[in-house]
Design a protein around this ligand. Structure first.
Ligand code: NI
Length: 201
C-alpha cells in the first residue's frame, strides 16, 4: 500500500462519512415526513437484480421481512469492508432473530462485480448478507429508486474507484423506508435500530 493510496483512502473515507451522515439525515427526515403525511414511501420500491448464483430476484422476493440494504462495490478500500464486517457483528448480536431480517449488499460497480466475483467477496462476511448485482441498467434503476449516490472516479493509474452512499437503509416488511444506520455508527445503536425494525425494540 503506497502512501498516496493511504492518503486517498483516508480522504475518500472522510468525504463519504460526511456525505453519508448528511444524506442519512435527509433520508430519515423524508422517511418520517412521508410516513406522517402520505404513507407512500418515496425511497425504495421494486428492483430487478441478479444474485450470486445468477438468479433474477425482485423486491417481492424479500417483502414480508424487514430489510437492510447497503450499496457499494467489492473493490472498495474501506467503507464497504468496514460496513460488512460491522454488519456481521450486528447480525451475530441479533442471534436467531438475524434470520428474520433480509440483509442485501447491492453493487454499484456491476462491470467488475459479476455474480462470481460478488460470491467470492461475500464469503468473507455473514452468510445472511445477500450480494446482488445486475446489468448496468438494473443497477442504475435501483440506485435511482433508492436515491443512492454512486459515482465513478477515475484514478491516476488508469484504474477507477466508486464514491457511494455509505449509509445502510432500513426498510420495513412492506417495503417502506424507515431509517438508516450511519457509517461506523456505534454497534449498540445499530443493533437497537435493527431490533426496532424487527419489532423487538
Ligand atoms: Ni464502499
Amino acid at each position: 500500500m503506497t502512501l498516496k493510496f493511504v492518503r486517498y483512502a483516508a480522504w475518500a473515507g472522510i468525504v463519504l462519512l460526511a456525505f453519508s451522515v448528511g444524506l442519512a439525515s435527509v433520508l430519515w427526515y423524508r422517511g418520517q415526513s412521508q410516513t406522517q403525511t402520505t404513507g407512500i414511501a418515496s425511497i425504495g420500491g421494486d428492483f430487478s437484480l441478479v444474485d450470486t448464483n445468477g438468479a433474477r430476484v425482485r423486491e417481492a422476493d424479500f417483502l414480508g421481512k424487514p430489510r437492510a440494504m447497503f450499496f457499494g462495490f467489492t473493490h472498495c478500500p474501506e467503507v464497504c469492508p468496514t460496513t460488512l464486517f460491522e454488519a456481521t457483528n450486528w447480525l451475530q448480536a441479533l442471534g436467531s432473530d438475524a434470520d428474520k431480517l433480509a440483509f442485501l449488499f447491492v453493487t454499484v460497480d456491476p462491470e467488475r462485480d459479476t455474480p462470481e466475483v460478488l460470491k467470492e467477496y461475500m464469503s468473507a462476511f455473514n452468510a445472511n448478507v445477500v450480494g446482488l448485482t445486475g446489468s448496468r441498467a438494473d443497477i442504475d434503476a435501483v440506485v435511482k429508486a433508492y436515491r443512492v449516490f454512486a459515482r465513478r472516479v477515475e484514478l491516476a493509474d488508469g484504474d477507477y474507484t466508486m464514491d457511494h452512499t455509505a449509509a445502510v437503509y432500513l426498510i420495513d416488511a412492506k417495503g417502506a423506508f424507515v431509517g438508516s444506520i450511519n457509517y461506523t455508527e456505534d454497534q449498540d445503536a445499530a443493533v437497537a435500530k435493527l431490533k426496532k425494525l424487527l419489532g423487538k425494540g
